[in-house]
Design a protein around this ligand. Structure first.
Ligand code: FE
Length: 345
């Protein structure tokens, strides 16, 4: 067959067009599944690895903005409809509850999330869902305290601990949620009485973060502190010798029952990548990812199919407060009021 010059040119052109089409198609396939934008207050390398794994598994690009815990919700509020965020991840049910109350989230219908997350660890209206679980525990000086004398948060109210107790300020959501849990279990009068007795027993004016309370025990400023469980794990395995030395001086007590709280996530009200956002949320509760979370930050997995890491298992089992965390969110402002009344700084 004789091909004329013009026909040859056309074929060449068609060939070029074909190659170009394939390149474009490949590009489209690579980007076919789009993006999901996450605002998070977690700052762990494992979280980056988890998002990378999601990208590889789904072909959905994850853009992550890491923001300080106290700036995330105000920023989302400020951005309103123009926000880029699809999913937020924050620590403490108090913050998740505020995001819901401020109208920043929308409910998610996910059969999977409802199945793998125990009821107490998700919002009653499906506005937020737990990701990991942590305990607010008691640590004590191994040299100066007999741990058999402390079995509950109430035991810290005993006048014999006058001048011995260390805790961060009441402005922090961890303490607000702890007090809210005591209101939920025992009522307002009990909670006010407890908080005022803790104030009378303080070793110093509340200041610093949870790690600072452990360092203060090591320095002999006080004997007993209230801290989140994962900080003990983080300090034991810290690269900072000062942190390792401080934490070696303390023992841990899981009060009966223990206040458990969560880090959790919600779908942003103005999310532009709704479908991908839910895909990511479900992925984060998968057993594989739950294991990664638990191992990285000494937190307890939420998915009951997943066992905690070896370090947490060495602490044994404990009894959790029997409260739906939504209730703790609701009682946060009441707790703040009580802290004000009793003068817990
Ligand atoms: Fe924390």
């Amino acid at each position: 067959m004789i091909i004329k010059k013009k026909e040859a040119q056309t074929m060449k052109f068609n060939g070029l067009f074909l190659v170009l089409s394939i390149v474009l198609l490949a590009g489209t396939i690579l980007l076919a599944n789009g993006v999901v934008n996450v605002y998070t207050d977690r700052h762990y390398e494992t979280d980056d690895a988890i998002f990378k794994l999601f990208e590889q598994t789904t072909n959905i690009k994850v853009n992550v903005l890491k923001i300080g815990s106290d700036e995330l919700i105000p920023r989302l509020k400020l951005e309103g409809k123009n926000t880029q965020a699809d999913v937020i991840i924050v620590a403490d049910v108090g913050r998740l509850h505020s995001a819901k109350e401020e109208g920043l989230l929308q409910p998610v219908k996910s059969e999977f999330l409802n199945r793998v997350i125990p009821e107490k660890f998700r919002d009653v209206d499906n506005y937020w869902f737990a990701l990991t679980k942590r305990a607010r525990i008691i640590v004590y000086s191994k040299e100066r305290v007999n741990p058999s004398e402390i079995r509950t948060y109430q035991d810290l109210a005993n006048p014999k601990w006058k001048g011995k107790i260390l805790v961060r300020t009441s402005a922090h959501v961890y303490n607000r949620s702890l007090l809210a849990s005591l209101i939920a279990l025992h009522g307002e009068d009990y909670a006010r009485d407890w908080a005022s007795k803790i104030v009378s027993n303080l070793a110093r004016e509340p200041k610093g973060n949870d790690r600072d309370q452990i360092k203060a025990i090591a320095a002999g400023v006080g004997d007993i502190a209230i801290v989140n469980s994962y900080y003990v794990g983080l300090m034991i395995n810290s690269s900072d010798p000062e942190e390792r030395a401080a934490v070696s001086k303390v023992g841990v007590i899981f009060p009966n029952p223990t206040h458990v709280n969560i880090s959790g996530m919600g779908l942003v009200r103005y999310a532009k990548n709704h479908h991908n956002a839910i895909k990511l949320m479900e992925f984060l509760l998968s057993p594989k990812v739950q294991k990664m979370y638990a191992d990285a930050n000494y937190e307890f997995p939420i998915n009951p199919e997943v066992e905690p890491g070896e370090f947490l298992k060495s602490w044994g089992t404990f009894t959790e407060q029997n409260i739906r965390l939504s209730r703790i969110g609701e009682l946060g402002s009441k707790a703040a009021m009580i802290f004000n009344i009793v003068g817990w700084k």
